[in-house]
Design a protein around this ligand. Structure first.
Ligand code: SAH
Length: 395
């Protein structure tokens, strides 16, 4: 399809992804999806850590700082701050190319540090430079703090002091309210996920893919630090992050395991949790803002197959009538609805209503799956996201 090729090269999204969305949603909706994905949310959500503070305190803190904040009308731990932009960038013939992660950070208002620099030809310290990604898409403008060769080589240090960026997203890193663990930046659907799990004080909850710990620490908050959470992650570095998050947020009821969650049934044959959260790795097609998307059809298929292996393990460590919440930050049906169909057809789960737990903020994709909650970047002003709540019907 010509239009697929055209949109793919204009947006820098892999043609497989564009093709799938054009087939499912049509051309106009595909454009609106991609354009939303290329920008940050207008309302940026933060979770208030009710283990350490209350929402009023956080609201007062922001008001005193002159930051505009809104509360959510139903969820007491959710507040929103606003992003601004897009702003017009000045031009310059001196260009610094940044890697994807760095370019996406600059795009939201961060400075550019040397490890994120890919190329900086003919740049001298003091030059005014335009920062672009590898496709030449501009993200920010500023003053070089070192010579080009130096920023290409150095492993640390400020490379470009950024003065204008495409967007401004408030960041609270370094702010006492963040450093003390009073707030945790988390997307709205990610916050909703732990709410949909509805953990109660005293329960045994397993979080199978827990790092860096956003949902784990929220679950602890909902359990008021009572009961037991087993938080598993197989990556050593990420487990370190998880430990830091747990300590910072004052969470006391978590046991952290550095382990492949697929081994849990073998390692702990008598483990029967009341509730399990499975927030597995996914193709992250819903994560925003993104400058480009290189993942393709094959990545989706592989990711879905991997998620099923985790779903199988989840079914074994859950007690009968126990609750499994499954969430992803992606949009492909294979990783979402079709994996849930697999869990229903092969693993003895039934789909549970999310309405009685919290209300339904998203929307379903398919008629047969009305109880599954999806979020779209263009219509919900959130990342693309998926939440399913399942009940295990057999021993
Ligand atoms: N739930 C987290 C985000 C999870 S991202 C939060 O809300 O903060 C997915 C995580 O799954 C990654 O940290 C990755 O290291 C972990 N992971 C991938 N495969 C795994 C496996 N087989 N067992 C345990 N963890 C796994």
């Amino acid at each position: 399809m010509d239009v697929v090729r055209r949109l793919s090269s204009a947006y820098k999204f892999h043609a497989d992804i564009i093709r799938r969305w054009v087939e499912r949603y049509g051309i106009l909706r595909t454009k609106s999806l991609v354009e939303a994905l290329k920008t940050p949310c207008k309302r940026i959500s933060l979770r208030v850590n009710l283990l350490k503070t209350d929402t009023d305190h956080v609201l007062r803190y922001f008001e005193e700082k002159g930051v505009r904040v809104h509360c959510h009308d139903k969820l007491e731990e959710v507040i929103f701050v606003e992003s601004r932009g897009p702003f017009k960038l000045p031009t310059s013939d001196k260009v610094v190319i940044a890697d994807k992660m760095a370019a996406e950070s600059v795009m939201m208002g961060a400075h550019l540090f040397a490890p994120g620099v890919v190329k900086a030809e003919n740049v001298r310290k003091g030059d005014e430079v335009l920062i672009v990604d590898k496709y030449g898409q501009p993200v920010g403008y500023g003053v070089a703090e070192m010579d080009g060769e130096e920023m290409e080589k150095r492993r640390e240090g400020l490379a470009v002091r950024v003065t204008v960026t495409l967007f401004k997203v408030p960041s609270f890193r370094g702010d006492p309210i963040f450093e003390e663990g009073y707030i945790y930046p988390q997307s709205f659907p990610a916050i909703l996920t732990s709410r949909v799990l509805d953990p109660r004080p005293g329960e045994l909850v397993v979080d199978m893919c827990a790092a860096p710990g956003g949902k784990t620490t929220h679950i602890a908050q909902l359990m008021r630090n009572e009961g037991q959470i087993i938080a598993v992650d197989r990556s050593k570095n990420k487990v370190k992050k998880l430990q830091e998050t747990v300590a910072k947020l004052g969470v006391k009821n978590v046991k952290i395991l550095l382990e492949d969650a697929r081994r849990l049934p073998k390692l702990y044959p008598s483990l029967k949790a009341d509730k399990v959260l499975l927030d597995p790795p996914c193709t992250a097609l819903g994560v925003r803002p993104k400058l480009f998307e290189n993942r393709n059809e094959k990545d989706i298929i592989n990711s879905a197959a991997y998620q099923r292996t985790l779903l199988r393990a989840a079914s074994k460590i859950l007690k009968k009538d126990g609750v499994l919440v499954y969430s992803t930050c992606t949009l492909s049906p294979e990783e979402n609805e079709l994996n849930i169909k697999y869990a229903v057809d092969e693993l003895g789960f039934k789909v549970d209503d999310q309405m009685h737990v919290y209300g339904f903020f998203g929307e379903p994709l398919l008629k047969d799956y009305r109880k599954l909650q999806r979020f779209y970047p263009d219509s919900h002003d959130t990342p693309g996201f998926f939440i399913a709540r399942l009940i295990k019907t057999r021993d």
